[in-house]
Structure formats: C-alpha cells, structure tokens
Design a protein. Structure first.
Length: 291
C-alpha cells in the first residue's frame, strides 16, 4: 500500500485484531458494524471508554449516556447540563464519569449512584473543551476557550489552581499515565505539557502550521500524539528529547481525533486518526505506515 495511508493490504493480514471480544463467529467485511437504537436524540459530540463492554457518550441533547456495546442498550442516562455536552471522560477505576458542556460547566456523575451529578465544577467563562482526570481520580483538569486551564479537587469541587495564557484556546486535555503531567492542545497551534502540581507549563512543543485539535498519550507515558486541522498527526517524545518523532500524513481534511491503539502480542504498535474526510486511518506508530 502507499505511503498516503492506505491500509487495506496490511489490515487483510490481521482482520480480527481489533474486533471486540464476543464477536467471534461474525463474518463479513472488516468495516461491518452492529447497529443499535440511538443513545441520543441529537448528534453525539464525544465518546470515551468506560469498561471493556461499556462506553460513555455526550450529545447535543444535553445528556450523558452509558451504553453497552453488547446489547446496544443505554444503561444509564445523566441529565443536568443546559447545553450541548462537548467532552466526556472517565476515571481510571471506571466508577465516575465527567462531562463538560457549552453551558460552561463541568459535572461529575457516579456510575452506580444517583441520577443527578455528584459534583459541579463551575468557573470557566466560555465553553469547556478539555477534561483530564488524574490516575487516582482525586484531581480534574479542565480547559476552555476562555484561554484558561483549571485544576479541581474532585471530592470537594474546590478550584485548586487556575492558569491563563493569551490565545490558548484549549481543544483537548489528557493525563500522562503515572505522572503529574497533563498534555494540552490549542488553537494557537501548540501542544503544551502542564505540571499539575503547580499548574505551570513544563514544556511547550514547537508550534505547528495548523490548529491542534486533539491529543493522546501512550499507556507507557513515553509518547504523545497530536492531531491537526492541516490533516496530519504528529508523534512526540515525552521522555528524552521531547522532539518530534514522526508524522502521519494521508488525510485530505482536518484530522479531528487521534488515539494510541492497544498493543496485542503479535501486533506492531499502532495509532489511529479520524478526519473530516470521512475516514479513519490506522498507522504503524514508528514508521507512519511505511514499514
């Protein structure tokens, strides 16, 4: 296949590597997906893994839904935001769900608790566009289009810190596993690493040509991935030089999301990107698909 990211020939060797457990016996194209009743009455804005068989989603209908991919059913629905839910994320222990909204608020929900929010985190002046939970779920970092990143105590709802950088319109946040660092992408075309202890910028990666739309961190905490409105994604080294490792080019419209894929015993390290060009591409992490 070509260096532009066409993966059909590679995927044909391992067509079931990323198939969900329990789907053995299903046949047909790798692109075949099960269809279920909608979990939301409007568009879905964000989705996050909750447990191996559950996911959580936020939508334009102002609600947060917990769904099972096995049954297709919405098991829980949380309602409390006044406008579209823009981001959802979960605690590492999968007992809590966090959601952000265009109503400028962030809420915490207990998976097995009451239907109402167990904690509120008000304080941003514009739509909240980034959420990151610490590994022990004791702290939450939020980012907004108001150029501000905040740190919160998840138990008390107290704001523990607030940092504002001019033109830092936050697009995404993610916590580095096992570290006190948070990665953040911005409309100012940069990716930043924050030290959550003092809520200070520990490192700023070189600015790119286009707005950075999303970020993810590898499970071992060694690499960071950022996506761009220019259609590419960039792999960064977090442990040594903190420089650019490689780029993934092949989308023809803005790259809207990026993620590190779980690594199987017989599978090379891979990343996935999605784009406004209606495609999802899977790349070899170290060779950008050219290996």
């Amino acid at each position: 296949w070509r260096a532009m990211g066409k993966l059909q020939s590679k995927l044909s060797f391992h067509p079931t590597k990323y198939r969900a457990e329990g789907s053995a016996g299903q046949t047909g194209s790798i692109g075949t997906a099960q269809r279920h009743s909608p979990a939301h009455t409007g568009g879905v804005s964000s989705v996050a893994a909750l447990k191996p068989d559950l996911c959580v989603s936020g939508g334009r209908d102002k609600s947060v839904a917990v769904c099972s991919w096995r049954s297709g059913a919405a098991l829980r629905r949380f309602v409390g935001h006044k406008r579209e839910v823009t981001k959802v994320t979960t605690a590492l222990d999968s007992s809590r769900v966090f959601s952000a909204s265009r109503d400028k608020t962030v809420m915490m929900w207990e998976l097995h608790g009451a239907s109402g929010p167990s904690q509120h985190f008000p304080g941003h002046e514009l739509v909240v566009t980034g959420l990151a939970v610490s590994p022990d779920a004791s702290q939450l970092c939020t980012g907004s289009r108001d150029n501000t990143v905040c740190k919160w105590d998840t138990e008390t709802g107290e704001c523990l810190g607030r940092a504002t950088i001019s033109r830092n319109l936050v697009t995404h946040l993610c916590w580095v596993p096992g570290e006190p660092y948070v990665i953040q992408t911005s409309e100012d075309k940069t990716t930043r690493m924050w030290d959550s202890r003092e809520l200070q910028v520990a490192h700023t990666f070189p600015a790119r040509q286009h707005i950075q739309t999303c970020c993810d961190v590898s499970q071992d905490g060694r690499y960071c991935l950022s996506s761009s409105q220019g259609g590419e994604a960039t792999l960064w080294d977090l442990r040594q030089t903190r420089g650019r490792v490689c780029e993934y080019r092949g989308h023809f419209q803005p790259t809207t999301a990026c993620v590190f894929l779980p690594r199987g015993p017989a599978l090379a390290p891979s990343v996935a990107t999605s784009s406004s060009d209606s495609t999802v591409k899977v790349w070899h992490r170290d060779t950008a698909g050219r290996g």
